[in-house]
Ligand binder design. Structure first.
Ligand code: UGA
Length: 439
């Protein structure tokens, strides 16, 4: 340990696997990223990054050139001889009951068991329900009774769009293990961050697993709280941005994650809140506050279509509504559980003609959103529209030329679901302006 860097196998080269693998390589470790999907691995080997994440292509390219990062479909050679094997495969919501689908995690554990040699730390990085570490341990122990290994939970807290920075400058690292030797290997894995004074919390494995869900559920609750305060602001003539600032400056509350909007989406909050709700119910300790958050957020996404309809005078039948932004947030091409999906459905149900533009998300959006048309930029999107709706706060939409928009649109209506404009700035150009929680 120490001087040479560790040998790390990353099972699953999706979002978390790829970012973690590239960052670990950048720390000086020798990392092999494994994925079952040959087209993904071929693309990575050719230097093409299958996801959009700022800085990732350069980081991957750099570490591949330095010989520290490689990609393969072959799990066994990557795992055998590794000091640490990370499981970063998907844990989608199971159809029907919403519980996390662990079949990919269990399959990875079985394959790892066949391949490990020498003392190996097996780390679950995927977000997995409490008790999954026990199950992974049982699977490996059964398949390879002689194997020397420990199973550690090491949840990831990075955000899409800021993933590399979050990974390299984390608020904390959580390592769940009762095994001292495994904890020492994990310290080695994160040594560069340790030297940067990032707090490392070593906890029980189940505690680490639950910490991840608790963190995401708390953040989702914070967003949902301010969203409901925003609705109240509209009714009583208050301003949610000022309320958010007014409460956020209290250090006990904190100012982050208090931006009112169309509801949270993405690959994590919707899935993880639902999984936590199920786990809690299964253990007879229901977390009703999170059950409510899930329900409120679902309704909110759909309610955003009604907001547009109201802004259009009560009907959008045969009107053209132009949407700016489709991804669940900026700087990603990720469409998973994006509010735009519910908004488009609501608008189409109400008879609107929908046109959309997103800087990175249109390719992912196409199979999910049929019956709408796509534009090349914001102005093209707005041509002949009866309303322009900002759904995702991409930087490209923060300095729109309203004089120009006014000339191409049929009706000057702007619905700003992310509060990126001030009423004055927009109304000055003759627009009618609707925002979130600003009376
Ligand atoms: C989230 C967490 O922030 C990460 O810490 C966590 O690691 C990750 O899930 C995960 O579990 O993998 P992410 O889903 O990438 O990260 O995106 P966020 O930036 O957290 O945004 C999630 C959603 O909340 C977006 O739809 C965003 O628009 C919305 N949001 C966020 C708000 O509506 N208001 C806010 O104030 C903040």
């Amino acid at each position: 340990l120490g001087v040479r860097g560790l040998r790390i196998a990353m099972i699953g080269s999706g979002y978390v696997g790829l970012v973690s693998g590239a960052c670990f390589a950048d720390f000086g470790h020798e990392v092999v990223c494994v994925d079952k999907d040959p087209s993904k691995i071929e693309a990575l080997q050719a230097g093409r990054i299958p996801i959009f994440e700022p800085g990732l292509e350069a980081l991957v390219g750099d570490n591949v050139r330095q010989g520290r990062l490689s990609f393969t479909t072959e799990l066994a050679p990557a795992v055998s001889g590794a000091d640490a094997v990370f499981i970063a495969v998907g844990t989608p919501s199971r159809r029907g009951d919403g519980f996390a689908d662990l079949s990919f995690v269990h399959a990875a554990a079985r394959e790892i068991a066949e391949a490990i040699t020498g003392y190996t730390v097996v780390v679950t990085k995927s977000t997995v329900p409490v008790g999954t570490g026990d199950e992974v341990e049982r699977i490996i122990r059964e398949a390879a009774p002689q194997a020397e290994f420990a199973v550690v939970s090491n949840p990831e807290f990075l955000r899409e769009g800021a993933a590399i920075d979050d990974f390299k400058r984390p608020d904390r690292i959580v390592i769940g293990t009762e095994d001292a030797r495994a904890a020492a290997v994990m310290n080695e894995v994160y040594r560069p961050l340790y030297l940067n004074a990032a707090p490392i919390l070593v906890t029980g494995r189940r505690t680490a697993e639950l910490t991840k869900y608790a963190a995401n559920a708390f953040l989702a609750t914070k967003i949902t709280f301010i969203n409901e305060i925003a609705d109240l602001c509209e009714q009583v003539g208050a301003n949610v941005q000022e309320v958010a600032r007014g409460i956020g400056l209290d250090n006990r509350i904190g100012k982050k994650f208090l931006h009112a909007g169309p509801g949270y989406g993405g690959s994590c909050f919707p899935k993880d809140t639902l999984a936590l709700v199920k786990t809690a119910q299964d253990h007879g300790a229901p977390i009703r506050i999170v059950e409510t958050v899930v329900a409120v957020n679902d309704q909110r996404k759909r309610a955003m279509a009604r907001k547009v309809i109201v802004a259009c005078g009560g009907s959008v039948r045969s009107k053209t509504v132009a949407l700016l932004g489709l991804t669940f947030k900026p700087n990603t091409d990720d469409m998973r559980d994006a509010p735009s999906l519910s908004i488009v459905a609501g608008l189409k149900d109400a008879g609107a003609v929908v046109r959309a533009y997103d800087p990175e998300g249109m390719e992912q959006a196409r199979p999910l959103l049929d019956g709408i048309t796509y534009a090349d930029d914001a102005y093209h999107c707005a041509e002949g529209a009866d309303a322009l709706v900002i759904v995702t706060e991409w930087n490209a939409f923060r300095a729109l030329d309203f004089a120009r928009l006014r000339t191409v649109m049929t009706e000057p209506v702007l619905v700003d679901l992310r509060n990126i404009y001030s009423r004055n700035a927009v109304e000055r150009h003759g627009f009618r302006y609707t925002s979130i929680g600003i009376a």
